[in-house]
Design a protein around this ligand. Structure first.
Ligand SMILES: [Zn+2]
Length: 262
């Protein structure tokens, strides 16, 4: 595969990162994100021009400061664009031009959007999950009825596991996590959403232990931490390495799993 395609995948990812960042940022402030509102400096309100809006590059050239008033621009913009560029390259490297690539790209958008809003305001917005989930089911039509059914089962189980936890713990967890895993289940399908859940909880657990060891968190303190970034990371691992993990399991337990996505 020529190098140019990977560079394009990275640029596409960085642009998506820039866009999703703005969408998430506006949504948590209850501002419309779909209209004609131009991006403007948070400090001086100066409308940003084309040369201020190049993902990654503008932030680096401006050294993280507004061109017009010199106010600091959060490193968050740079980091999210870098993360999304990396995700774009990884997805394309893994899936080339395929349905799996398209499905992974939709999933990655849902993961980034909901992680950003959860991180910023502990909110997961239904439309940022349900729309990608429906898109995932539509893409699954390409794999025929069993692939759509797999997506529906994934949505039901992804949502259902968290609904059960909420029911048993009497509201100890937010509905946002349930909605997020429902939407991701539609994209990933039943087996891969379960893998994503497992990996996500493992990553969250290691993160928690690291926080305890470094003294950044203490036992018994109920800080609410956003869960979606961890679940999202688990789902991303499932989208990229799921087939290899299931192949390994097949050799161990002699059960055959259908390949992803269909
Ligand atoms: Zn400014």
């Amino acid at each position: 595969m020529p190098l140019e395609f990977f560079i394009l995948a990275g640029i596409w990812g960085a642009c998506m990162g820039s866009f999703l960042n703005a969408v998430a940022h506006r949504r948590v402030r209850d501002r419309p994100w779909w209209g004609k509102e131009r991006s403007a400096c948070e400090s001086c309100g100066h409308v940003l021009g084309v040369r201020d809006l190049f993902p990654l590059i503008s932030w680096l050239i401006l050294k993280g400061r507004c061109r017009y008033c010199g106010a600091k621009i959060s490193v968050r913009y740079f980091l999210v664009e870098l993360l999304c560029a990396s995700m774009g390259v990884i997805i394309f490297w893994r899936w080339k031009f395929s349905w799996a690539c398209l499905l992974s790209a939709v999933g990655a958008c849902a993961i980034v959007l909901s992680s950003l809003t959860d991180f910023e305001s502990m909110d997961v917005f239904d439309e940022f999950v349900i729309f990608p989930g429906l898109l995932g089911l539509i893409i699954r039509i390409a794999g025929g009825w069993p692939a759509v059914l797999e997506g529906l089962e994934g949505a039901a189980i992804g949502w259902g596991i968290f609904a059960l936890i909420i029911f048993l713990s009497r509201g100890g967890m937010g509905w946002g996590d349930a909605v997020f895993m429902g939407g991701m289940g539609a994209i990933l399908g039943l087996k891969f959403i379960l893998l994503g859940l497992y990996v996500g909880i493992m990553i969250g657990g290691f993160w928690g232990i690291a926080m305890l060891l470094t003294g950044k968190a203490k036992w018994g303190r109920h800080d609410s931490i956003p869960l979606v970034p961890f679940l999202g990371a688990g789902c991303f691992v499932a989208m990229i390495y799921g087939p290899e993990i299931f192949q390994y399991l097949e050799k161990k337990i002699y059960i055959s799993f259908q390949v992803w996505p269909f």
